[in-house]
Each structure stands twice: as C-alpha cells, then as structure tokens.
Ligand binder design. Sequence first.
Ligand code: LIP
Length: 295
Amino acid sequence: MSQPLLSSRPPSNTRALAAAVAAAREAGELMKKNLSRAKQVNESHQHDIKLELDVQCQKLITRALATVFPSIPVLGEEGIDAASEKAVARWVVDPIDGTVNFAYGIPHAAVSIALEVRTEDGFKSEVGVVYDPFMDDLWTAIRGKPARLNGRITQVSTRARLDESIVSLGFAKNQDSLQAAQADFLELTHRVRKLRIMGSAALALTYVACGRFDAYVEAGVRLWDIAAGGLIVECAGGSFVTHSLPGEHRYGLIASNGLIHDQIPHARTTGAKLKSPSPKGKSQTRTRSKSQTQS
Ligand code: LIP
C-alpha cells in the first residue's frame, strides 16, 4: 500500500520511474490497438490534430499514476491540474506525442511521462520515460544516472562532424516556429549528411540519446513534448539547451551529442538567452543580440 505523498517531499525516483513505466506501457497498448482504427477527432487545425484518444490516454495515465502517488498532480497536454503550479513534484505528460502521425496511421509516436521536482530555480525533470509502443522501445532516465533503452545503458553518438551527422528538425504548429524551422532547414540542408523530420519531439530526443540522431532542433514545442526526452538526452551524455518562448509552457530547443552543438546555427532557433536546463546536464548558455530574438 503506497504511503500518501507528504507535501514536503517528492517521491523516491525509483518508485516514480516504476509507476511511470507501467503507465506508459498501458497507454502504449491502447495506442497500438487503435493505430489502424478510425479515430474520433476532437479538433482539427492545418498543422495539428487533437484526438479523443489523446484524452483517453491521459486519463488512463493519470489513473495509473494516482494509484501509486495519489497526491502528485499532472500537467498534461490534455489537461493541467491547477495544483501542478505550486506542487513539490508534478507529472508532465504527453499521452500521445506525434498525434498527427498517429492520426494518419503512421507508427511513429510515443508516450512521454516525466516527474518534475520544484527547485529554487524552477521545476526540473528528475525522472523521464518515453515509450514507443510500435517498436516496443522504452527509454528511461533518473537524473544523475545513465539513460537506458530497454534496460541497457544508452549514450549519444560520437560523431563530431556536422557533414557526417543526421540532424532532425521539428516543424511545429504556428507561423513563427514554422518560419524558424524553414530557416534552419535551408541553413542545415547542405551542411549535414541528412535531415530528418519525423513529427515527434519526444522520439527525436530519445533518438539523439541513443545515437540514431546526432542533434534535434525545434522552436515552439510544449513542456510535455520534451520534459522526459530532455532528461534522457542529458543522462545519455548529450546537451539539451532550451529557451522559453511567448505562450504557456512553450520552448525552443537544441539537443545534440554535445560534439556538434556549436556547429548548429543558433541564429533562428534560439531566443535572446538560452538557459541551461540543469547544472548536471552538459549544456551551454549563449546570449543572442536582440535582433535575433525570436518573435
Ligand atoms: C508534436 C511534437 C512535434 C511538433 C508538433 C507537435 P504532439 O507534439 O512532438 O515535435 O513538431 O507540432 O507539437 O502535439 O503530437 O503531442
């Protein structure tokens, strides 16, 4: 029987990881069962779709987590518990990251669950789980420990040349992030081995963590897309640098194996000031002139 969380301290990372893995696998099963079925669309925009299954998966994850940790609130893409603003710890959940892929029956989407703990300089991911149910790939991380893929330690690539690298770009949902991505696309195309645009931030981050990608760049993602994957990159020895953008929980990011980080143009993807995600992560802080600040 789990002890109710005392308001003064976060849960043990090991127990939190086990609960997040169980919840992610349960939601992953629901995704797998529904990939090729007709799906109820709740909202449809030119660059985004929201499914009823997103809502159902977040409810399932919330229920599963609450059986172990009844008092940790959830900040999720499909609903934010107001208590998550001031809690000692919170779950950050994207029930289906890569929803448009999933809606079209493309098996490249994942469940992303992070446990964030409140520190003197804001919330910081302590536990991260990303589960791809279609490949049955489970990435896990606890801050300060090695990242794992299906239980085995995983690390970023050792490629140090941009022209030998695969860089993934994210094309988000609104004009400023699409323009930033277009600029990066033009700038990087001729300098890398290959660009990849796959449609899931969480999986792009885990691909960097396990060396399938050498870097990932996106402007305009939300916290729930990256809270777990960013920690997994850091625990795999990579760099994960974010900066906040106008809008709730909205960020630009550059994640890499650390070796090619400085070769990636920062001009259009990052804002005025990058904040390093955490003292332990290999990251860098840069300031940009105002003129290059993203709108
Ligand atoms: C998606 C991200 C992707 C981004 C999309 C969308 P969702 O998350 O994973 O990187 O480009 O615009 O935000 O909405 O599928 O959970």
